[in-house]
Design a protein around this ligand. Structure first.
Ligand SMILES: [Zn+2]
Length: 93
């Protein structure tokens, strides 16, 4: 006799494995160059693996890869935009 709780456990495991497979396949979609400047990304390079940034949007099945330069630029841009809107909010009446 198999207990029903055992069956549920097995189902959960299968779902987790499915999720893992999805994640792996997402990483398989990882490009080999920066999404912004097309600088080549060396998957075997430890420094690249440490410094490059991966943005995963699992909902949309999108994986983006950014080199440190573009990542910094994007972050500064966001900061500037934030500052701009703050300035506008202050001066705008
Ligand atoms: Zn770049």
């Amino acid at each position: 006799m198999t207990s029903p709780s055992r069956k549920i456990k097995r189902k959960k495991k299968a779902a987790a494995q499915k999720e893992l497979k999805k994640k792996i396949s997402l990483f398989g979609r990882l490009g080999d160059e920066c999404d912004a400047c097309q600088k080549p990304f060396d998957k075997k390079c430890k420094e690249h693996a440490m410094t490059w940034n991966v943005v995963v949007r699992s909902k949309e099945n999108i994986v983006r890869l950014y080199c440190p330069d573009c990542w910094d630029k994007a972050r500064n841009l966001i900061k500037e935009l934030e500052n701009d809107s703050r300035v506008q909010a202050k001066t705008g009446r």
